[in-house]
Design a protein around this ligand. Structure first.
Ligand SMILES: *Cc1c(COP(=O)(O)O)cnc(C)c1O
Length: 382
């Protein structure tokens, strides 16, 4: 705000603080309490905690909702990635191309499966894996591509699928942040060998604990995955192959089934907040990451860039607004994945994005007052 007489920037007058949490899962619970309590009570009443009818039912409704024929429930999004890679027969030492800007679980699953994550840079304006960088990273040892639909926006899957077909590569989508997102009208799993989801409580569809799922168009693959996540057995006593315990918990399946009918509406709510943010932050000191024309973004996160990100984050926190960082350190600079080559300058777009990115609060229950307050505070302080 400038004072007309002196042209000097004055302090912003201290308006009352409005509390804006990063995410409000209590508000979500309050809005569907009856359904959730009934679903949980039913599992407790029947004591069907492991592989009862809830899991099977949820797998069916989730697949139908995702628009992909088959789903396998599992213990979390990280195990979903690991199971999918294993089911696809990933060879030891094979290379899998992974974006350097993602949650570490994406690369962890590749390492746990005995393969090598080959990191590549991302696009500066979306944070998504750069498809030209993927192509440049392909070697004779490349086995597959693991695009991440970061922040809720899908990578251009038509382009990835065409590239994979040209080079004979597998494609596994990490859709942990992208339930019911679309790329040219198609959802995760439509153009890949499989796609994985996380139902971590804070994800767009969240359980009351850890949970995950894999979707695939391949029925054989799906039944292998279901068998694998349950010790490789089909019935109580026969183990056809060595699997593990990566099962979806019955209580989580019941909660997820109760929440699923609301996902469409919640996603619309997130998209509405995002469009108000975009309009309200136009011409402010922050730059919003873009939504590509091919894509239907589901705004798991609303990410902006600012050259003094840490200062802005602190100033907003002092005004009652909780922001997040997704993610402040790219994988190539994480000791766990650096492989002795942790040097800056390797992936300049991801590196500068990581220094500038800031996730603003976004959740479907945000009130008009909260949205307008975030916009005016960001405008005043950026
Ligand atoms: C949350 C997340 C995961 C891991 O999911 P969990 O359910 O926490 O194991 C993997 N990849 C991405 C991109 C995520 O956001």
């Amino acid at each position: 705000m400038t004072s007309g007489s002196t042209g000097v920037t004055a302090n912003v007058p201290a308006s009352p603080i409005v509390r804006v949490p990063f995410l409000d899962l209590i508000a979500q619970y309050e809005s569907i309490r009856g359904d959730i309590d009934r679903a949980i009570a039913e599992v407790v009443r029947t004591q069907r905690f492991v592989l009862g009818s809830e899991e099977t039912r949820f797998e069916k409704v989730f697949a139908a909702h995702a628009g992909i024929p088959h789903a396998a429930g599992c213990s979390c999004g990280t195990s979903a990635l690991f199971i999918a890679l294993t089911a696809l027969g990933i060879p030891r030492g094979a290379e899998v191309i992974v974006p350097t800007l993602t949650y570490p679980a994406t690369a962890e699953a590749v390492v746990l499966a005995g393969a090598v994550p080959v990191l590549v840079d991302v696009e500066a304006d979306t944070g998504l894996i750069d498809i030209e960088a993927v192509e440049a990273a392909i070697t004779p040892r490349t086995w597959g591509i693991l695009p991440v639909h970061l922040y809720g926006q899908m990578v251009d899957m038509q382009a990835i699928a065409a590239l994979a077909a040209r080079h004979g590569l597998k494609v596994l989508e990490d859709a942990a942040q992208a339930h019911i997102a679309e790329s040219r009208g198609l959802r995760p799993g439509a153009l890949a060998d499989a796609a994985t989801f996380s139902f971590f409580p804070g994800k767009n569809l969240g359980a009351y604990g850890d949970a995950g799922a894999i979707v695939t168009r391949d029925a054989t693959l799906a039944s292998w995955m279901r068998q694998y996540r349950n010790h490789g057995r089909l019935d109580k006593y026969r183990h056809d192959f060595v699997g593990f315990n990566f099962r979806l918990d019955g209580l989580q399946a019941a909660v997820l089934e109760a929440k699923l009918p609301h996902l469409e509406r919640w996603t619309d709510g997130r998209r509405r907040v995002a469009s108000l943010y975009r309009a309200g932050l136009d011409g402010s000191g922050v730059t919003c990451l873009v939504e590509r024309p091919y894509s239907k973004h589901v705004y798991h996160l609303f990410v902006v860039r600012h050259p003094q990100r840490d200062r802005l984050k602190k100033a907003l926190a002092e005004r009652g607004i909780d922001c997040g960082l997704h993610y402040p350190i790219p994988l190539h600079l994480q000791p766990a994945f650096a492989d002795g080559q942790a040097k800056t300058g390797r992936f300049p777009r991801a590196e500068s994005l990581c220094q500038e990115l800031l996730s603003l609060p976004i959740f479907p229950e945000m009130t008009q007052e909260q949205i307008e307050y975030v916009i005016s505070e960001v405008r005043a302080r950026a």
